[in-house]
Design a protein around this ligand. Structure first.
Ligand SMILES: [Zn+2]
Length: 99
């Protein structure tokens, strides 16, 4: 794919997002495609592994504050660094906290 094509695509998708189309139920692809196109053009750098893990840990730290085990109301604890799941310190049940 040519850079020109990608640039045009990026502008088109940007306009669609400007119109709020990516908030429509079937508009999720617009944002995804926008990010993919921007990455292809080198406008967004992909996070490297350690940055990605740090970002997950940060979001998980927030999630375990907000969420309690829905079985026993116990505290949740991230299973390991970089994991998107947390284990209940009460009953040991595993919960997916991030997608
Ligand atoms: Zn529990």
């Amino acid at each position: 794919m040519s850079t020109d094509y990608l640039h045009r695509q990026l502008i088109k998708l940007g306009d669609m997002m400007g119109d709020g189309l990516h908030h429509e139920p079937d508009g999720k692809w617009i944002e995804k495609e926008y990010r993919r196109t921007a990455q292809a053009l080198g406008l967004i750098k992909k996070l490297d592994r350690s940055q990605r893990i740090a970002a997950i840990n940060e979001r998980m730290a927030q999630r375990v504050e907000e969420v309690k085990c829905s079985k026993c109301q116990g505290e949740l604890k991230q299973t390991r660094s970089g994991a998107k799941r947390a284990k209940c310190t009460g009953c040991g049940n595993l919960w997916q906290l991030l997608k």
